[in-house]
Ligand binder design. Structure first.
Ligand code: PLP
Length: 265
């Protein structure tokens, strides 16, 4: 039997904490193969982004086309894109897939054969800009309408909308509803509740459902958790798991990773 595959459209991170290498590991943990299109090569340590080399958009296009020619994918995960030209190349490539695939079953009406999980990577934890302002505008306009699920954290929601940080949970949910106006099917808002024992995420769908997902809060920060969560959800969707359960599965996976003691030989 052919193994399931997810197409990851993302950048490399030389520190290994985030980006494509992290995604590959997560997908392997879920028993899923990775096909990839590299959008940028970043030189990063855990403390700073030293350099970013953007892969030319036509090369991003050909990578996506070649990957899709190789195997059918069960889902697409989009991470760091860097700039407007890359966002547009990805949007064009996936919209093209819509024409070719001709299925609406798992994508909720985008015409794509596979669900798309979009992690809106704007800045690194160390503060480096990973998507410029024109790229953010293009992401809203061109990629959001193709996405099954978008996975912003609280500052990303505000930054994408060009609004101040929401003051409370009702304000956050209202911001997510405005973000849904750009055409994605659902938003998983990460860390909607910023303190206390619980970590609270919200799954808000275009159909109007609002679900609160709680888990144990783990103190300290860990790099690449946003990448890992989106990859884990994409893996679940590739396995045919419904969206809410895929989000729960991704969250549980990330929590386990953060709690796991370092392995020894
Ligand atoms: N670098 C790359 C290449 C990424 O794809 C991402 C997140 O997707 C990051 C950095 C951000 O990760 P972190 O917030 O852990 O710095």
């Amino acid at each position: 039997m052919t193994r399931l595959a997810v197409l990851v459209i993302a950048a490399t991170d030389s520190s290994g904490g985030a980006g494509l290498t992290r995604d590959v590991r997560v997908l392997a943990d879920f028993g899923v193969d990775t096909l990839c299109a590299v959008t940028a090569v970043t030189a990063q340590s855990d403390r700073r982004v030293v350099d970013v080399h953007h892969v030319p958009p036509e090369v991003v296009r050909t990578q996506i086309a070649a990957a899709l020619e190789t195997r059918q994918v069960g889902a697409v995960k989009i991470g760091m894109l860097g700039n407007r030209a890359t966002v547009e190349a990805v949007a064009d490539s996936l919209a093209g897939l819509a024409g070719g695939a001709g299925s609406t079953s798992s994508s909720g009406g985008t015409g794509l054969a596979a669900p798309i999980v979009l992690d809106p990577v704007l800045v690194s934890t160390s503060g480096g800009v990973l998507l410029d302002a024109p790229g953010r505008a293009a992401l809203l306009e061109k990629l959001m309408p193709l996405a099954t699920l978008v996975t912003p954290n609280v500052p990303e929601v505000a930054a994408l909308l060009g609004e101040p940080l929401a003051a409370d949970e009702p304000g956050l949910i209202a911001q997510c509803q405005r973000l849904l106006g750009f055409g994605c099917r659902a938003i998983l808002l990460k860390g909607g509740h910023a303190s206390g024992e619980e970590a609270v995420d919200w799954l808000i769908t275009a159909e109007g459902s609002v679900q609160r997902l709680t888990s144990r809060r783990v103190s300290g920060s860990s790099r690449g958790t946003g990448c890992a969560l989106a990859a884990g959800i994409a893996a679940g969707l590739a396995w045919g798991v419904p969206l809410l359960e895929a989000c729960r599965g991704g969250k549980n996976y990330v929590l386990e990773q953060m709690l796991a003691p370092p392995e020894s030989f």
